[in-house]
Design a binder for this molecule. Structure first.
Ligand SMILES: NC(=O)c1ccno1
Length: 235
């Protein structure tokens, strides 16, 4: 998978050079390219924003730098036969559709994702319309709150998506029993020692009875989901 990220803070994504995603980049599973939006400007001040039409506080990101940046990425990808489809453009936004594990699984199958990280009061709306001529466009939100820009959300989405790509996580089995994979929150986990500061590991986990352990874990998933996320349970 190829992932392009456009931001006025490209250094924000240096962290993608470490850990599992950094290793996946090193062994060619992930091709991650970070672009500075200001490199797509042509004025001396490398201007990316301006005042909003209709008034209002703050500044809006200008359309043309985005158009230039997205054109460059789409043209470069089109020359790569390993990327058969048009890109999926993802713009993190509090006004977007909710990002879920199902979204991550869906996007993990796309050959090419382009994350556009907005700042200020947002991106000129015409950019989304223009991007739709180059590929699929998705405005996606991590949750019902507002960040200062799209970078943190893009990082979270890149991690949630990237870890699902075959070869990124060493043991694919570890992806199976996770929260939200089966519509429930994951069960509690324990490791040695069996007693820690007078706190014991549940005896069932030491029993060696795999059927009973599986049943206990499933029950723990339901109990935790009912307590913490009743909205995930069917009516
Ligand atoms: N809630 C979000 O995903 C978001 C993205 C940018 N600002 O907020």
């Amino acid at each position: 998978m190829r992932i392009d990220v456009v931001s006025i803070f490209p250094a924000f994504f240096d962290v993608l050079e470490v850990s599992l995603l950094g290793k996946a980049r090193g062994n060619g599973i992930l091709d991650v390219r970070i672009h500075d939006l200001r490199d797509a400007t042509y004025d001396r001040h490398r201007t990316v924003d301006d005042t909003p039409y209709g008034g209002g506080a703050g500044m809006v990101m200008k359309a043309d730098p985005w158009g230039q940046a997205l054109d460059g990425i789409a043209a470069d990808a089109a020359e790569n036969p390993a990327i058969p489809d048009r890109p999926v453009f993802i713009f993190p936004s509090p006004a977007g559709a909710r990002f879920t594990q199902a979204t991550a699984r869906e996007l993990a199958t796309a050959p090419h994702l382009v994350f556009g990280c907005g700042r200020y009061e947002g991106i000129d709306e015409r950019v989304f319309d223009y991007a739709a001529t180059l590929g699929d466009v998705r405005l996606i939100s991590l949750g019902d709150y507002v960040l200062n820009g799209g970078e943190v959300a893009a990082m979270a989405m890149i991690e949630a998506i990237g870890r699902l790509i075959p070869g990124v996580v060493g043991n694919p089995e570890s992806l199976v029993e996770e929260s939200h994979e089966d519509g429930l929150l994951e069960y509690p986990s324990y490791t040695k020692p069996a007693v820690w500061r007078d706190r014991e590991v549940p005896a069932i986990l030491l029993s060696g009875n795999h059927g009973a352990i599986a049943a206990w874990r499933r029950e723990q998933q339901v109990v935790r989901t009912r307590e913490r996320r009743p909205d995930l349970l069917p009516e």
